[in-house]
Design a protein around this ligand. Sequence first.
Ligand code: ATP
Ligand code: MG
Length: 322
Amino acid sequence: TDNLLQVNSLKTYYKTKTGFVKAVDDVSLFVDRAKVLGVAGESGCGKSTLVTTIFRVTPRNAQVMSGEVKYKGQDILNMDLKVFRRDIVWKEIAYIPQASMDVLDPVYKIKDQMLETILEHEDLSKADALERIYKALENVGVPAEKADMFPHELSGGQRQRVVIAMALLLSPSMIVSDEATTALDVITQAKILELMKSLQENRKFSMMFVTHDLSLLANISDSIAIMYAGKLVEFGDVEKVFGNPLHPYTQLLLKAIPDLRYRKQRRLVAIPGFPPDLENPPKGCRFAPRCPLAMPICREVEPEFSRVEGFHYVACHAVNKK
Ligand code: ATP
Ligand code: MG
């Protein structure tokens, strides 16, 4: 198959004093080679838990209850952690974490942080590594001179560009980005998105682009995954999910974007009600309490996540499955 990354029936829960927070609860999806998967859903639906599980950087109280994550067919959750960090992280999959601008250490110059990333993984002379760093910065629109600066001497947009340059330093096959543009103003956000898309097209890496803002995804994604309350509710080709959204939650998210042509404007999703408590989620469909189409069965039986037609999956009792 063309799947570079495959997540199968993944469950990641957080253990608390009172029980388990079911933050990722039976999620299955995949990212194809050289394609972009956009992942969207409201704050708290489990997006970061999904990506930190993939990167094996979850908080201490997180537990993978079941499921698997395969990268190029290899089970990366059960791989020796040292091997995973040496062979997969940065080299194969680079991760741009949420609040990634804070990842840059304030006491190190940009070039020193980048040098460390390269020299930890590759046997390269310092001069060659520096050469690569200057080029990497220029490729993301940051002048090479900035390499001698400290993070606080750069603007937010430049810092985000540096983080992207760092992610690309070892030419990974895949980038996972969690809210990479959220902290930026609207104009800078649009520029960074454009940059990421053009880098992705030129270098043909795969990308999993995670955001709470569905409107950002139309331009950059090949496929879309919509999460709600720890569950995947819809997954498919971008044309299908945007053009023919089937899950009532996706439909409402899209309605909250008045005009896709103006998608560069940041908009808040306004759906009546609140997402459920993930420690005690409702029986049946987790969206049922807020769903305008809810039927009695929705409050009793959890809908199956299944294929409608072609590359389009949905978990909803109201959708007629063929
Ligand atoms: P956002 O859009 O705000 O970044 P998210 O979709 O990334 O949200 P997560 O950060 O994955 O959501 O959180 C999923 C759920 O898990 C939330 O209900 C959150 O409160 C809970 N959670 C996150 N970290 C922990 C933790 N360490 N212990 C207990 N619960 C947690
Ligand atoms: Mg998050």
